[in-house]
Design a protein around this ligand. Structure first.
Ligand SMILES: NC(=O)C1=CN([C@@H]2O[C@H](COP(=O)(O)OP(=O)(O)OC[C@H]3O[C@@H](n4cnc5c(N)ncnc54)[C@H](O)[C@@H]3O)[C@@H](O)[C@H]2O)C=CC1
Ligand SMILES: O=C(O)[C@@H]1CCC=N1
Length: 275
């Protein structure tokens, strides 16, 4: 992807997923810099992906076209304040991936009217199957919008949002979403093992079934409801299982979980933004 350079401030789980996905898509490793106080993180990223790493955040953003803020929401204020002048000088587009942190707060901490794209990616970006919601402030140029979009598109699906508040819903659905599916995989594997399958066999069957269901739902013209009905023979095995799940009110539980995650995102924004 041309000669644009990108700096990650924070090289943890989500940065690693994005970097891995970008490199798998052909992004040059020497165009990616990572700054993280953890020497262990730096060593591991440099070894695995060949990216440049260091511990000096300000030095790392020099000359970058895009700066991805990939630290925990709780340290965002400190990081943004420390980078303020450097970001103003560089003209880079700031791409925040933090849950909850609102663009006006981030801009206030940076202390300058800088272009910011607030995003919510997810960890399957590592295998280029990510899903990212994006919101741009009105200082982002068309070129910077394209840059942010192309970085996230390189690692999966992108969806622009008209209002920033919707990012809390994206966080609750797809940001945290991989964990819900992993939990379902764990539970199904455990159940498979309890009804007699060797654990390894249960795991392989579960993972392939999850992949198959997602692939089919993506590629089919029919919606998931129709696809589900096709698996469910009247009086058959699936019907009995689905009835058990519906009787246990799985849908209500999922809605409750998604609401809880969205509320937590808003709460993080309130708590940390008040600083
Ligand atoms: N893990 C996930 O699935 C997703 C995470 N996010 C967001 O990504 C951000 C990072 O989350 P994770 O990668 O999971 O956390 P993490 O804890 O794995 O990574 C954070 C990294 O920031 C580094 N760090 C701490 N202080 C720093 C500083 N002053 N300067 C530079 N680096 C510093 C830490 O050493 C650590 O390596 C969070 O804001 C989170 O809300 C967004 C979408 C999904
Ligand atoms: O759990 C979290 O707060 C982050 C944001 C979305 C996924 N992980």
């Amino acid at each position: 992807m041309d000669n644009r350079t990108i700096t990650f401030i924070g090289g943890g789980n989500m940065a690693r997923s994005l970097i891995g996905g970008l490199i798998a898509d052909g992004f040059r490793a020497d165009a990616i810099r990572v700054s993280d106080p953890s020497e262990e993180q730096c060593r591991s990223l440099a070894q695995r992906f060949g990216v440049t790493t260091g511990q000096d955040n300000l030095a790392a953003i020099e000359g970058a076209n895009a700066v991805v803020l990939a630290v925990k929401p709780q340290v965002m204020r400190q990081v943004a304040s420390e980078l303020g002048e450097g970001l103003q000088r560089s003209g880079a587009v700031v791409i925040s991936i933090a849950a909850g942190i609102r663009e006006p707060d981030l801009r206030r901490w940076i202390g300058a009217e800088v272009p910011i794209v607030r995003t919510m990616p997810n960890t399957p970006s590592l295998v280029q199957t990510g899903a990212t919601g994006l919101f741009a402030n009105n200082l982002v140029s068309d070129q910077q919008r394209d840059l942010a979009e192309s970085l996230m598109r390189a690692v999966g699906l992108v969806q622009w949002l008209d209002t920033e508040a919707l990012l809390d819903a994206v966080t609750a659905v797809s940001g945290s979403g991989p964990a819900y599916f992993f939990l379902l995989m764990e539970a199904l594997e455990d159940a498979g093992s309890r009804v007699g399958l060797p654990r390894e066999t249960a795991r392989l069957l579960v993972l392939q079934t999850a992949l198959g269901a997602a692939k089919m739902a993506l590629e089919s013209e029919d919606d998931p409801h129709t696809l589900r009905r096709r698996v469910t023979s009247p009086g058959g095995t699936t019907e009995r299982a689905i009835n058990t799940l519906e009787d246990g009110d799985l849908r209500a539980l999922i809605e409750q979980a998604v609401r809880a995650a969205a509320e937590r995102a808003a709460e993080l924004g309130d708590e940390l933004g008040a600083q």
